[in-house]
Every structure is written in structure tokens, then in C-alpha cells.
Ligand binder design. Structure first.
Ligand code: GDP
Ligand code: IMO
Ligand code: MG
Length: 425
């Protein structure tokens, strides 16, 4: 009975997909716990590069079942497209299960996401426009339509008509935009029902059965702890809980069944969309980090904001999530810097802070306090064991362990499957 959680410790895109793929080799099941097609998880294998949005990163391991958990919001057209792509590349998708409790991102959700972003003007969140926020809002206000509803056309018809009518009121009256056609949405829903039927399951039962049988279950989170709806940089957050606690809830696993929490951190910081990022760099160094780390969004293609490692945010997420082990990724991106900085505090009008305050308006409130570390100025992409790393890189890893209060077990030195150092338990 063991579950391992893999979660992002920063603002997303830490390399969760790659770490999940690596750990899936020793698991029988990988469960995606939260988020939707706002996520983009890149996995590089000998078959090429896979960009997964809804399908768990376990799908590339033949012995693994992949489960889309109850906490996920599913955009069916995107999922079907992803399944078609995988099948065209000879990946067996019959090993996928979708929770009947997962909510559907309906066609009106991306429309509402866009309209709401436009209405916010300068205060827009910079969402991925995939409709995730509106879908989670509907879930919480008990207006959601779930994957399980696809199994009964009578229920589906009633729910769809009712919800589309209501959303059309909002779209036309509040946003003064074009209403949607409920018949067309119903036709789409019938297509989803047919195409997705083989995958729909009460997955919480499958997961508990696997744990009872002594199997190793991985829980893959999307996003990162600093985008958490409660503990992130609200309102510049996503609409789910990408935390260890959220992972349990989203997958259908008790906290007592979790043996370890692996948090993935980049060796620096990146962020897409708006919101506070105290260690952001707007200079050539930031641009060099972006180039070295190939920091362009998997889902939207947007250039990611980049900066040095933010110890304050990282420590906060490590503590809140009871992190046991760390995967430190993109260490190779720092190979060319003779000096590496980390942000150790925020200078604010109220004094120096060592936690992320609830209200930290972008740009105005926090100045980073920097610490300097010697760079290694050496190519690490060929390192395959800890011993292969330059002394300064080892020092940097040791510093991360001290900051995060957890052991750095995995070290990423490139995007490929084998560019990962595992220092062992
Ligand atoms: P995720 O959303 O957390 O799964 O991360 P993304 O896939 O969105 O972004 C991480 C990017 O970094 C992807 O392009 C990965 O292929 C790449 N990547 C992951 N680990 C490493 C690493 O250690 N070094 C380098 N250079 N790239 C990495
Ligand atoms: P993965 O799983 C990075 C960000 C968006 C935006 C905010 C809200 O690949 O790490 P949303 O569409 O969720 O309502 O947008 O959250 N965001 C991510 N940033 N990685 C992600 O996922 C993200 N998913 C959402 O850019 O700032
Ligand atoms: Mg990503």
C-alpha cells in the first residue's frame, strides 16, 4: 500500500512530466490529480517528444495504467485529439481510465474564460484560456457536468440544455457576446460519450484495489504549489489545488496511504501569466536563462518569465507539502553562469519578509534580497551520477537541500530520459 505524490514546488513547468515518466518505470499506475488541459507535460523518449495535457505521463510506460482522477477537469475534444495523436505514434491508449467523477470542460467554459479575461483588462490573470477556471467554478457551485453524465443520454440532454441556457444568459447579458447553440453542444456531447465510453470507470475503486494489492501508485499533479488556490499568489493562481493535499483529494487516496512526496523544482524560477514573481529578471541574464531552459509554454507557446531561484517561495511550498524528496531539474541550464544568485528574502515597505504574504502586488511591493553562489562553468549534460557533477554544482545542490529541508534525490541535466541522476533512496 504505497502512493507517491509528484508535485510542482514553484509556478508550474518544473519538469513534472519527465520525473513522472522516470518514476513510472517502477509503478503500476499513474493518476493525474488536478488541473486540465491548462497543463503541458513534456516527456522525451527514444520515440520522440510527447507533449501531454490531459493524459497522465505514465502512458509512455507500457506496464503502467494511466488514470485521469476525479479532481481533473476534462476538455473532451482535447483529450480525444491527444489520444488520436498517441495512437498514431503507436502508444497503446487502452491503458487509460477516466474517473466518472471528473468534471467536463464544456464549450462555454473557454468562452467564459476569454470573456472574463477581457473584462478584467489590466488585471487579467493571464490564464491559458482553456476554460479551467470557469469549469472549476461550476463544479463548486454545483453546475458541473461530469464524465459519468456521458453514460446516460437522458440525463445528459437535460443537464446540457439547462446549463447552456443559463450560460447564454450570462454570455449575452453580462458580457454582451454571442450565445452558444445547445443543439450543437449536445451533438458534441454524444460524440464524446461514444468515443470515451471504453475509458470511463469509478477510478477511486481501481486505485484502492491497486493499493490493497500492494501496488505502487504514482500521483501526478499539474501546475505548481505557488499557483495553488489557497496558498499561491491569489488571485494570480489556477483554480485547483496542485499540492500534496490536493493530490490525495483529486486522486482518491488517503493521506495515510502516501509514502512519499516528491517535489519538482527548477534550479531557477519561471512563471507564465501575470502575478507576483519577486525574483524575476528583466535583463540579459533573464533572457539567457530563457534560452538555456527553452522557456516557452508547452500549452500556449508564450515566453515564460524567468529569474533566479526564489528560496522564500520554494521553502514555503516545501514546508506546506511535507516534501520528502526533491527533484532539481534544469541544472544544466545554469552551466554557463560564473555567478548564480538566489533570492533569500523580500524587501518590502514593511521590512524584510521570509514568507510570501497574502497580498503582494506585482512589481510594487517586493525587492529581492540576493545571495551569490559560485557557478561551475562546465557542461553537465553528460553527467550520469552525482560524482560526475562539478564541485560548485554539488555545492548548489547542497544549498538547495538546506533551503528546502529535504534531500535532492533526482538531478535533471537535460530533457532526455537518461539525463537524470538518481542518487538513490
Ligand atoms: P511540467 O509541466 O512540470 O511537466 O514541465 P514542462 O514539460 O512544461 O516544462 C519543462 C521543460 O523542461 C520541458 O521542455 C522538458 O523537456 C524540459 N526539461 C525537464 N527536465 C529538464 C532538465 O533537467 N534539463 C533540461 N535542459 N530540460 C529539462
Ligand atoms: P503545468 O502542469 C505553468 C498558470 C497560467 C496562469 C494561471 C491561471 O504544465 O506545470 P488557468 O488557465 O489555470 O486558469 O491559468 O496559471 N498555469 C500554469 N503555469 N504551468 C502550468 O501547468 C499551468 N497551468 C496554469 O499561466 O498564470
Ligand atoms: Mg508544463
Amino acid at each position: 500500500m504505497t502512493a507517491t505524490i509528484i508535485m510542482g514546488g514553484q509556478w508550474g513547468d518544473e519538469g513534472k512530466g519527465k520525473i513522472t515518466d522516470a518514476l513510472a518505470a517502477s509503478a503500476s499506475m499513474v493518476v493525474r490529480a488536478n488541473g486540465g488541459s491548462n497543463a503541458g507535460h513534456t516527456v522525451k523518449t527514444d520515440q520522440g517528444t510527447f507533449k501531454l495535457h490531459l493524459v497522465p505521463s505514465g502512458i509512455l510506460n507500457e506496464a503502467c495504467l494511466s488514470v485521469i482522477g476525479a479532481g481533473v477537469v476534462v476538455e473532451p475534444d482535447k483529450l480525444i485529439q491527444e489520444l488520436d495523436d498517441l495512437e498514431s505514434r503507436s502508444i497503446d491508449t487502452s491503458r487509460l481510465r477516466i474517473s466518472d467523477r471528473a468534471h467536463i470542460v464544456m464549450p462555454y467554459h473557454p468562452v467564459l474564460d476569454r470573456l472574463e479575461e477581457e473584462r478584467r483588462e489590466d488585471l487579467s490573470i493571464g490564464t491559458t484560456l482553456r476554460g479551467n477556471g470557469p469549469a472549476y467554478a461550476d463544479k463548486m457551485s454545483r453546475h458541473g457536468i461530469r464524465i459519468g453524465d456521458l453514460q446516460s443520454s437522458a440525463i445528459l440532454r437535460n443537464r446540457v440544455r439547462w446549463e447552456v441556457d443559463q450560460k447564454n444568459e450570462i454570455i449575452s447579458r453580462l458580457y454582451r457576446s454571442e450565445p452558444l447553440d445547445s443543439n450543437e453542444i449536445m451533438r458534441k456531447a454524444e460524440h464524446w460519450a461514444e468515443r470515451l465510453a471504453p475509458y470511463i470507470r469509478p477510478t477511486q475503486v481501481d486505485i484502492q484495489d491497486a493499493l490493497d494489492a500492494g501496488d505502487h501508485v504514482l500521483i501526478e499533479c499539474a501546475q505548481g504549489a505557488m499557483l495553488d488556490i489557497d496558498y499561491g499568489t491569489y488571485p494570480f493562481v489556477t483554480s485547483s489545488s496542485p499540492t500534496a493535499a490536493g493530490a490525495c483529494q483529486g486522486a482518491g487516496v488517503s493521506p495515510r496511504q502516501v509514502e512519499r512526496v516528491v517535489a519538482v523544482y527548477k534550479a531557477y524560477t519561471s512563471r507564465v501569466g501575470a502575478g507576483p514573481m519577486p525574483s524575476e529578471l528583466h535583463d540579459n541574464t533573464g533572457e539567457l536563462i530563457r534560452q538555456r531552459g527553452n522557456e516557452y509554454g508547452t500549452t500556449t507557446g508564450r515566453p515564460r518569465r524567468t529569474g533566479w531561484f526564489d528560496e522564500v517561495a520554494a521553502r514555503q511550498s516545501a514546508r506546506l507539502n511535507g516534501v520528502d524528496e526533491v527533484a532539481l531539474t534544469l541544472v544544466d541550464a545554469l552551466d554557463v553562469f560564473d555567478q548564480i544568485r538566489t533570492c533569500t528574502g523580500y524587501r518590502t515597505p514593511a521590512g524584510e519578509l521570509h514568507h510570501l504574504p497574502a497580498v503582494l502586488e506585482e512589481g510594487i511591493a517586493a525587492e529581492p534580497v540576493w545571495a551569490d553562489h559560485a557557478g561551475w562553468m562546465e557542461d553537465t549534460t553528460g553527467a550520469r551520477s552525482y560524482e560526475d557533477l562539478p564541485a560548485q554544482a554539488k555545492d548548489y545542490v547542497a544549498h538547495m537541500e538546506q533551503v528546502l529541508g529535504a534531500r535532492v534525490r533526482y538531478i535533471g541535466v537535460g530533457p532526455a530520459r537518461d539525463q537524470l541522476i538518481d542518487r538513490g533512496a
